[in-house]
Design a protein around this ligand. Structure first.
Ligand SMILES: *Cc1c(COP(=O)(O)O)cnc(C)c1O
Length: 381
Protein backbone atom coordinates (compact mmCIF):
# COMPACT_ATOMS: atom_id res chain seq x y z
CA UNK A 1 0.00 0.00 0.00
CA UNK A 2 1.14 3.50 -0.77
CA UNK A 3 2.03 5.17 2.52
CA UNK A 4 1.03 8.78 3.02
CA UNK A 5 2.94 11.29 5.10
CA UNK A 6 1.28 13.92 7.29
CA UNK A 7 1.04 16.61 4.59
CA UNK A 8 -0.37 14.14 2.06
CA UNK A 9 -2.95 12.81 4.51
CA UNK A 10 -4.16 16.35 5.12
CA UNK A 11 -5.20 16.58 1.47
CA UNK A 12 -5.97 12.98 0.47
CA UNK A 13 -7.28 11.10 3.48
CA UNK A 14 -10.94 10.95 2.57
CA UNK A 15 -12.48 9.17 -0.42
CA UNK A 16 -14.66 11.19 -2.72
CA UNK A 17 -18.43 10.83 -2.51
CA UNK A 18 -20.16 8.35 -4.81
CA UNK A 19 -22.42 10.86 -6.54
CA UNK A 20 -22.24 10.93 -10.36
CA UNK A 21 -21.28 14.62 -10.28
CA UNK A 22 -17.51 14.64 -9.87
CA UNK A 23 -16.61 17.95 -8.26
CA UNK A 24 -12.96 18.45 -7.33
CA UNK A 25 -13.73 19.33 -3.72
CA UNK A 26 -16.56 18.01 -1.59
CA UNK A 27 -19.61 20.24 -2.10
CA UNK A 28 -21.49 21.75 0.82
CA UNK A 29 -24.46 19.50 1.61
CA UNK A 30 -26.51 22.39 2.95
CA UNK A 31 -29.57 20.31 3.65
CA UNK A 32 -31.36 19.33 6.85
CA UNK A 33 -32.41 15.90 5.57
CA UNK A 34 -31.90 13.34 2.76
CA UNK A 35 -34.45 11.64 0.55
CA UNK A 36 -35.10 7.99 -0.26
CA UNK A 37 -36.49 6.45 -3.44
CA UNK A 38 -38.66 3.91 -1.62
CA UNK A 39 -39.24 2.16 1.67
CA UNK A 40 -36.59 -0.46 0.90
CA UNK A 41 -33.92 2.26 0.58
CA UNK A 42 -35.14 3.81 3.82
CA UNK A 43 -34.93 0.42 5.52
CA UNK A 44 -31.43 0.06 4.06
CA UNK A 45 -30.36 3.16 5.93
CA UNK A 46 -31.43 1.60 9.22
CA UNK A 47 -29.61 -1.62 8.27
CA UNK A 48 -26.38 0.40 8.03
CA UNK A 49 -26.15 0.40 4.23
CA UNK A 50 -24.90 3.96 4.11
CA UNK A 51 -26.55 7.12 2.86
CA UNK A 52 -27.78 9.79 5.20
CA UNK A 53 -31.10 10.44 6.93
CA UNK A 54 -31.15 13.73 8.81
CA UNK A 55 -28.31 16.22 9.25
CA UNK A 56 -28.31 16.22 13.04
CA UNK A 57 -27.61 12.48 12.94
CA UNK A 58 -25.10 12.70 10.08
CA UNK A 59 -24.07 14.82 7.10
CA UNK A 60 -21.17 14.36 4.65
CA UNK A 61 -19.41 17.63 5.59
CA UNK A 62 -19.10 17.03 9.35
CA UNK A 63 -18.25 13.38 8.62
CA UNK A 64 -15.46 14.45 6.30
CA UNK A 65 -14.06 16.78 8.97
CA UNK A 66 -14.12 14.04 11.63
CA UNK A 67 -12.44 11.57 9.28
CA UNK A 68 -9.76 14.03 8.16
CA UNK A 69 -8.71 14.83 11.72
CA UNK A 70 -8.76 11.12 12.63
CA UNK A 71 -6.51 10.38 9.64
CA UNK A 72 -3.89 12.95 10.60
CA UNK A 73 -4.07 12.01 14.31
CA UNK A 74 -3.47 8.35 13.42
CA UNK A 75 -6.82 7.40 15.03
CA UNK A 76 -9.33 4.97 13.51
CA UNK A 77 -12.27 7.37 13.48
CA UNK A 78 -13.55 10.79 14.46
CA UNK A 79 -16.60 13.03 14.60
CA UNK A 80 -17.16 16.76 14.31
CA UNK A 81 -19.20 18.86 16.73
CA UNK A 82 -20.53 22.40 17.04
CA UNK A 83 -17.65 23.72 19.18
CA UNK A 84 -14.56 22.67 21.08
CA UNK A 85 -16.57 22.69 24.26
CA UNK A 86 -19.28 20.40 22.85
CA UNK A 87 -16.51 18.04 21.67
CA UNK A 88 -15.16 18.02 25.23
CA UNK A 89 -18.66 17.48 26.65
CA UNK A 90 -19.36 14.60 24.25
CA UNK A 91 -15.97 13.03 25.05
CA UNK A 92 -16.52 13.27 28.80
CA UNK A 93 -20.11 12.00 28.75
CA UNK A 94 -18.91 9.02 26.71
CA UNK A 95 -16.81 7.90 29.65
CA UNK A 96 -18.59 9.06 32.83
CA UNK A 97 -22.08 9.04 34.30
CA UNK A 98 -23.62 10.33 37.49
CA UNK A 99 -21.68 9.10 40.51
CA UNK A 100 -18.35 8.90 38.66
CA UNK A 101 -15.22 10.91 39.35
CA UNK A 102 -12.65 12.61 37.11
CA UNK A 103 -9.11 13.74 37.88
CA UNK A 104 -8.32 16.79 35.75
CA UNK A 105 -5.31 19.07 35.37
CA UNK A 106 -5.66 22.29 37.38
CA UNK A 107 -4.47 24.40 34.43
CA UNK A 108 -7.04 23.31 31.81
CA UNK A 109 -8.80 25.79 29.53
CA UNK A 110 -11.20 28.04 31.47
CA UNK A 111 -14.30 26.79 29.64
CA UNK A 112 -13.35 23.17 30.39
CA UNK A 113 -12.83 24.05 34.05
CA UNK A 114 -16.28 25.63 34.17
CA UNK A 115 -17.87 22.65 32.39
CA UNK A 116 -16.38 20.18 34.87
CA UNK A 117 -16.58 22.29 38.00
CA UNK A 118 -20.06 23.85 37.55
CA UNK A 119 -22.15 22.09 34.92
CA UNK A 120 -21.21 18.42 35.26
CA UNK A 121 -21.12 18.69 39.05
CA UNK A 122 -24.85 19.46 38.97
CA UNK A 123 -25.37 16.08 37.30
CA UNK A 124 -23.41 14.16 39.92
CA UNK A 125 -20.02 14.01 38.16
CA UNK A 126 -17.27 15.14 40.54
CA UNK A 127 -13.88 16.41 39.43
CA UNK A 128 -10.69 16.81 41.44
CA UNK A 129 -8.26 19.34 39.93
CA UNK A 130 -4.57 18.70 40.59
CA UNK A 131 -1.27 19.71 39.04
CA UNK A 132 -0.39 17.18 36.35
CA UNK A 133 3.19 18.42 36.59
CA UNK A 134 3.34 16.14 39.64
CA UNK A 135 1.92 12.71 38.76
CA UNK A 136 2.16 11.53 42.37
CA UNK A 137 -0.57 14.08 43.17
CA UNK A 138 -2.62 12.73 40.27
CA UNK A 139 -2.30 9.17 41.56
CA UNK A 140 -3.26 10.26 45.09
CA UNK A 141 -6.42 11.94 43.75
CA UNK A 142 -7.69 8.69 42.17
CA UNK A 143 -10.74 7.28 44.00
CA UNK A 144 -12.60 3.97 43.66
CA UNK A 145 -15.17 5.73 41.42
CA UNK A 146 -12.61 7.54 39.22
CA UNK A 147 -13.12 6.78 35.53
CA UNK A 148 -11.07 9.35 33.67
CA UNK A 149 -7.91 11.47 33.56
CA UNK A 150 -8.42 14.74 31.69
CA UNK A 151 -5.63 17.04 30.56
CA UNK A 152 -4.23 19.04 27.60
CA UNK A 153 -1.15 18.28 25.49
CA UNK A 154 0.01 21.91 25.87
CA UNK A 155 -1.65 24.07 28.50
CA UNK A 156 -2.96 27.62 28.32
CA UNK A 157 -1.51 30.21 28.81
CA UNK A 158 1.78 29.00 30.32
CA UNK A 159 2.43 26.34 27.68
CA UNK A 160 3.33 23.44 29.93
CA UNK A 161 3.91 20.35 27.76
CA UNK A 162 2.16 17.33 29.25
CA UNK A 163 4.13 14.13 29.73
CA UNK A 164 1.52 12.08 27.89
CA UNK A 165 3.30 8.68 27.97
CA UNK A 166 3.56 8.96 31.76
CA UNK A 167 -0.10 10.06 32.10
CA UNK A 168 -1.21 7.14 29.89
CA UNK A 169 0.88 4.68 31.90
CA UNK A 170 -0.70 5.92 35.14
CA UNK A 171 -4.19 5.73 33.62
CA UNK A 172 -3.75 2.19 32.29
CA UNK A 173 -2.33 1.00 35.61
CA UNK A 174 -5.50 2.29 37.31
CA UNK A 175 -7.92 1.17 34.61
CA UNK A 176 -8.85 4.74 33.62
CA UNK A 177 -9.63 6.31 30.26
CA UNK A 178 -7.45 9.27 29.26
CA UNK A 179 -9.02 12.20 27.43
CA UNK A 180 -6.67 14.88 26.07
CA UNK A 181 -7.43 18.29 24.58
CA UNK A 182 -4.92 18.63 21.73
CA UNK A 183 -6.01 22.10 20.57
CA UNK A 184 -2.77 24.01 21.21
CA UNK A 185 -0.38 21.34 19.90
CA UNK A 186 -2.57 20.38 16.88
CA UNK A 187 -2.22 17.02 15.09
CA UNK A 188 0.83 18.49 13.33
CA UNK A 189 2.94 18.55 16.50
CA UNK A 190 1.37 15.87 18.67
CA UNK A 191 -0.70 12.70 18.20
CA UNK A 192 -1.98 11.67 21.65
CA UNK A 193 -3.90 8.66 20.27
CA UNK A 194 -0.65 7.12 19.07
CA UNK A 195 0.69 7.53 22.62
CA UNK A 196 -2.21 5.51 24.04
CA UNK A 197 -4.75 8.25 24.78
CA UNK A 198 -8.22 6.81 24.10
CA UNK A 199 -10.03 10.04 23.20
CA UNK A 200 -8.55 13.22 21.75
CA UNK A 201 -10.63 16.40 21.61
CA UNK A 202 -10.03 19.61 19.69
CA UNK A 203 -11.40 23.08 19.45
CA UNK A 204 -11.34 23.20 15.62
CA UNK A 205 -12.20 26.88 16.07
CA UNK A 206 -8.46 27.33 16.56
CA UNK A 207 -5.66 25.86 14.41
CA UNK A 208 -7.67 23.18 12.60
CA UNK A 209 -9.95 25.83 11.08
CA UNK A 210 -7.10 28.31 11.26
CA UNK A 211 -8.86 31.39 9.90
CA UNK A 212 -10.99 32.61 12.84
CA UNK A 213 -14.21 32.26 10.85
CA UNK A 214 -15.92 29.19 12.38
CA UNK A 215 -16.75 27.53 15.69
CA UNK A 216 -16.35 23.75 15.63
CA UNK A 217 -14.94 20.81 17.54
CA UNK A 218 -13.67 17.30 16.88
CA UNK A 219 -13.46 14.06 18.87
CA UNK A 220 -11.17 11.30 17.56
CA UNK A 221 -9.98 8.06 19.08
CA UNK A 222 -10.92 4.50 19.88
CA UNK A 223 -13.74 3.36 17.64
CA UNK A 224 -16.19 2.13 20.30
CA UNK A 225 -15.78 5.34 22.29
CA UNK A 226 -16.12 7.63 19.27
CA UNK A 227 -19.33 5.82 18.28
CA UNK A 228 -20.70 6.51 21.76
CA UNK A 229 -19.60 10.14 21.45
CA UNK A 230 -21.42 10.32 18.09
CA UNK A 231 -24.64 9.26 19.82
CA UNK A 232 -24.11 11.97 22.46
CA UNK A 233 -23.64 14.63 19.78
CA UNK A 234 -26.81 13.49 18.00
CA UNK A 235 -28.89 13.27 21.16
CA UNK A 236 -27.64 16.52 22.64
CA UNK A 237 -27.98 18.37 19.33
CA UNK A 238 -24.32 19.35 19.34
CA UNK A 239 -23.84 18.87 15.58
CA UNK A 240 -21.87 21.34 13.48
CA UNK A 241 -23.51 22.89 10.42
CA UNK A 242 -22.49 21.60 6.97
CA UNK A 243 -21.15 25.01 5.93
CA UNK A 244 -18.99 25.44 9.01
CA UNK A 245 -17.69 21.88 8.67
CA UNK A 246 -16.89 22.60 5.02
CA UNK A 247 -14.98 25.79 5.90
CA UNK A 248 -13.10 23.87 8.58
CA UNK A 249 -11.99 21.11 6.20
CA UNK A 250 -10.86 23.82 3.80
CA UNK A 251 -8.75 25.31 6.58
CA UNK A 252 -7.43 21.94 7.72
CA UNK A 253 -5.84 21.18 4.35
CA UNK A 254 -3.26 23.91 4.99
CA UNK A 255 -2.55 22.96 8.63
CA UNK A 256 0.96 21.69 7.88
CA UNK A 257 2.07 24.78 5.96
CA UNK A 258 0.48 27.12 8.50
CA UNK A 259 1.99 25.32 11.48
CA UNK A 260 5.45 25.19 9.92
CA UNK A 261 5.48 28.94 9.44
CA UNK A 262 3.62 29.86 12.63
CA UNK A 263 5.72 27.60 14.87
CA UNK A 264 8.94 28.77 13.28
CA UNK A 265 7.87 32.41 13.71
CA UNK A 266 6.91 31.68 17.33
CA UNK A 267 10.29 30.14 18.04
CA UNK A 268 12.08 33.16 16.54
CA UNK A 269 9.91 35.59 18.52
CA UNK A 270 10.42 33.64 21.75
CA UNK A 271 14.21 33.65 21.19
CA UNK A 272 14.24 37.40 20.47
CA UNK A 273 12.09 38.30 23.47
CA UNK A 274 14.09 36.02 25.77
CA UNK A 275 16.99 38.43 25.41
CA UNK A 276 14.91 41.56 26.03
CA UNK A 277 15.71 43.11 29.44
CA UNK A 278 12.16 44.48 29.76
CA UNK A 279 10.64 41.01 29.67
CA UNK A 280 10.76 39.11 32.95
CA UNK A 281 9.99 35.71 31.49
CA UNK A 282 9.19 34.00 28.20
CA UNK A 283 7.00 30.89 28.25
CA UNK A 284 7.67 28.63 25.28
CA UNK A 285 8.49 24.89 25.08
CA UNK A 286 12.08 25.64 23.99
CA UNK A 287 13.27 22.09 24.68
CA UNK A 288 11.10 20.59 21.88
CA UNK A 289 13.86 21.27 19.37
CA UNK A 290 13.08 18.69 16.73
CA UNK A 291 9.59 19.67 15.63
CA UNK A 292 9.09 22.97 17.37
CA UNK A 293 6.19 23.03 19.71
CA UNK A 294 3.43 25.24 18.57
CA UNK A 295 2.80 28.83 17.71
CA UNK A 296 1.81 30.21 21.11
CA UNK A 297 4.25 32.31 23.14
CA UNK A 298 3.44 33.86 26.52
CA UNK A 299 5.52 36.66 28.02
CA UNK A 300 5.63 38.29 31.41
CA UNK A 301 6.44 41.98 31.03
CA UNK A 302 9.01 43.34 33.48
CA UNK A 303 7.98 45.97 36.04
CA UNK A 304 9.69 48.54 33.80
CA UNK A 305 6.79 48.26 31.31
CA UNK A 306 3.35 49.95 31.63
CA UNK A 307 0.95 47.10 30.80
CA UNK A 308 -1.95 49.28 29.56
CA UNK A 309 0.41 51.32 27.43
CA UNK A 310 1.87 48.10 25.97
CA UNK A 311 -1.56 46.98 24.75
CA UNK A 312 -2.06 50.45 23.18
CA UNK A 313 1.30 50.22 21.38
CA UNK A 314 1.11 46.89 19.52
CA UNK A 315 0.47 48.39 16.08
CA UNK A 316 -1.22 45.97 13.68
CA UNK A 317 -1.44 43.18 16.27
CA UNK A 318 -5.06 42.76 17.40
CA UNK A 319 -6.16 42.33 21.01
CA UNK A 320 -8.67 39.50 20.68
CA UNK A 321 -9.77 36.73 23.06
CA UNK A 322 -9.02 33.80 20.77
CA UNK A 323 -5.97 32.30 19.08
CA UNK A 324 -4.61 30.33 16.17
CA UNK A 325 -5.59 32.48 13.19
CA UNK A 326 -3.15 33.43 10.45
CA UNK A 327 -2.82 36.90 12.02
CA UNK A 328 -0.66 37.51 15.08
CA UNK A 329 -2.94 38.38 18.02
CA UNK A 330 -2.58 38.92 21.76
CA UNK A 331 -4.72 38.39 24.85
CA UNK A 332 -4.50 39.44 28.47
CA UNK A 333 -5.32 36.16 30.32
CA UNK A 334 -5.87 37.80 33.73
CA UNK A 335 -8.76 39.89 32.40
CA UNK A 336 -10.23 37.36 29.95
CA UNK A 337 -9.77 33.56 30.10
CA UNK A 338 -8.77 33.48 33.78
CA UNK A 339 -10.91 36.38 34.98
CA UNK A 340 -13.34 34.20 36.95
CA UNK A 341 -10.65 32.41 38.98
CA UNK A 342 -10.16 33.47 42.61
CA UNK A 343 -7.03 35.65 43.06
CA UNK A 344 -5.22 32.85 44.96
CA UNK A 345 -5.76 30.46 42.05
CA UNK A 346 -4.60 33.11 39.55
CA UNK A 347 -1.47 33.63 41.59
CA UNK A 348 -0.83 29.91 42.08
CA UNK A 349 -1.06 29.35 38.31
CA UNK A 350 1.19 32.33 37.53
CA UNK A 351 -1.52 34.42 35.82
CA UNK A 352 -0.31 37.94 36.61
CA UNK A 353 -1.31 41.36 35.27
CA UNK A 354 2.00 41.42 33.35
CA UNK A 355 1.24 38.18 31.49
CA UNK A 356 0.58 38.55 27.74
CA UNK A 357 -0.33 35.58 25.54
CA UNK A 358 0.72 35.85 21.92
CA UNK A 359 -0.77 33.75 19.11
CA UNK A 360 1.87 33.99 16.40
CA UNK A 361 0.67 34.27 12.79
CA UNK A 362 2.10 33.86 9.32
CA UNK A 363 3.39 37.42 8.82
CA UNK A 364 7.15 37.88 8.26
CA UNK A 365 9.03 36.88 11.42
CA UNK A 366 11.13 40.08 11.40
CA UNK A 367 8.00 42.24 11.32
CA UNK A 368 6.46 40.29 14.20
CA UNK A 369 9.61 40.71 16.31
CA UNK A 370 9.82 44.42 15.48
CA UNK A 371 6.21 45.15 16.39
CA UNK A 372 6.69 43.67 19.87
CA UNK A 373 10.11 45.24 20.44
CA UNK A 374 8.68 48.63 19.50
CA UNK A 375 5.61 48.15 21.73
CA UNK A 376 7.94 47.53 24.67
CA UNK A 377 10.08 50.57 23.81
CA UNK A 378 6.97 52.76 23.62
CA UNK A 379 5.57 51.60 26.94
CA UNK A 380 8.59 51.89 29.24
CA UNK A 381 7.64 53.66 32.47
C1 LIG B 1 -10.93 27.53 22.66
C2 LIG B 1 -10.58 26.29 23.40
C3 LIG B 1 -11.59 25.38 23.79
C4 LIG B 1 -13.07 25.63 23.54
O1 LIG B 1 -13.34 25.63 22.19
P1 LIG B 1 -14.61 26.39 21.55
O2 LIG B 1 -14.48 26.07 20.13
O3 LIG B 1 -14.49 27.82 21.91
O4 LIG B 1 -15.82 25.78 22.20
C5 LIG B 1 -11.20 24.24 24.45
N1 LIG B 1 -9.89 23.99 24.72
C6 LIG B 1 -8.91 24.83 24.37
C7 LIG B 1 -7.51 24.49 24.71
C8 LIG B 1 -9.22 26.01 23.70
O5 LIG B 1 -8.24 26.87 23.37
Amino acid sequence: MLTKRFETKLIHSVKKGNLPIRSKVTPIYQTSAFTFDNLEDLEGYYQGEGNYLYSRTGNPNPDELGQMVAAVEGAPTGIATSSGLSAILAGILTVVKSGDHIVAADDVYGGSFHLLHEELKQFGVETTFVSFGDLEQVEKAIQPNTKMLYTESITNPLLRVENLPAVVELAKRNDLITVVDNTFATPFHCNPYELGVELVVHSATKYIGGHSDITAGVVVGREDLVEKARAKVTNLGANVSPFEAWLTTRGLKTLAVRMQVQSSNARKLADALRNNPNIARVYYPFEEEATGFGAMVSIELAKTVDVSQFFRSIGWVKLVPTLAGVETTVTHPLKTSHRALPPEAQEALGITNELVRISVGIEHSEDIITVFEQAIEKSLK
